[in-house]
Structures are given as structure tokens and as C-alpha cells.
Design a protein around this ligand. Sequence first.
Ligand code: GRF
Length: 211
Amino acid sequence: MRGNADMREMNVAVMVSGGGTNLQALLDAAADGRLQHARIALVLSSQEDAYAIERSRRAGVPVIVVSKQTHPDDEERADAILAALAGAETDLVVTAGYMSILAKNVCSHYAGRMINIHPSLLPKYGGVGFYGLRVHEAVLAAGEKETGATVHYVDDQGVDSGAIILQGRSPILEGDTPETLQKRILAEVEHPLIVEGTNLVIQKLRDKDFS
Ligand code: GRF
């Protein structure tokens, strides 16, 4: 039985594909102590030119690129992802702006230890085809009065289909465009939510570890 105090820091691996602003929120939280009992041990990118890689390098976090270019075969790519995550002794995977569909065996291997952030109030405006600006376009087209973001577990049942952990809400403003909405949801909802959601799941894993 391990006591809470003597438990090591948890290793968090962040999976990215693009700008990495959610990654940056986690890196900033790790740097200023708001990320509790954890460190960002690895950034895994599905794109070799992702600006998220630059953010990782500036923070001194190891980066591994596993992409369709480096690993064209789906099974080999999934194995490379598992090997990279295992190599960092990953306790929790956070997919943040990760635009590649993860193989079922990767999701099931990290069942209960893999979370994602999605820029809508799931289950609405989630699933296949709902990513990036498309999410906000659909929210506006539907005449919604509010939107937000969701941190949820990643399961092997589908896209954006896992149990919801946290949600943050924000009203839609007069004159909002998909671009203004995306920018505001990212900054005002997602960035605080990804840190709060990661802390919450880390605490759940710690409680489980020493229960
Ligand atoms: C964010 O809206 C995130 O929720 C979605 O991808 C967008 C870009 O994220 N999955 P980031 O700036 O790369 O973190």
C-alpha cells in the first residue's frame, strides 16, 4: 500500500497534430505548479510540422513524431504509438488537437487513462466530421444560444464517444462567426478546462493506485 505522499509524479503524454494551444496550457500549468502530481513527459505528434513541436522544444519536453509518413502501415503506426507511450512510462494520455483517428488497440490499452478535449458540449456536435471550424459552423447554423467544450475519456467505441469528465460553457455573442467563436472557446473555455480535467483524472488515478 503506498501513501499519497510517497507516490511518484504521474507521467502525462500529450498527443497533438497542429497549433498545440491546449498543449501550451498544460505546459504553462506544469511550469507554474497548477498541474498537480504530474509532469508532461512526452509530446507525440501525428504531423512533423506541427507548431506544437516548437512549443514542446521550448519547454524542454521530448517529442516523437509518429505519422502516416513515418509509419504508413496502420498497425505499425499503432505499435509505434504504443511503444512511444510506453517508453515515456505514460500514466495518462491527453489528446489535444490530435487529428488522427487512434487505433482501437491503442484506446483499449489506455482505457480509463486517455482523455480528449473537444470544442463543443458533447454529445452534440461531436463524432466523425466534427472537428476544427466545422464544429463552430454547425453550432452557429443550429442557432444555439451557448456552446463550450468537453473533456471526456477516449474509448474504443467511436469518435468523441467516451464518458464525459468535465464541460465548460460560454454564451454565443451577437455577430459571432465560426472564427470568433473558435478563438474565444479555445482561450476562455478549453485552456482552463484541459488543465482542470487533467488534474481531476490524475487525482482519480492516484486514488485508485493507493486505494
Ligand atoms: C481545439 O479546439 C481542440 O479542442 C481540438 O483541436 C483544436 C486545436 O487545438 N481538438 P490546439 O490549439 O492544437 O490545442
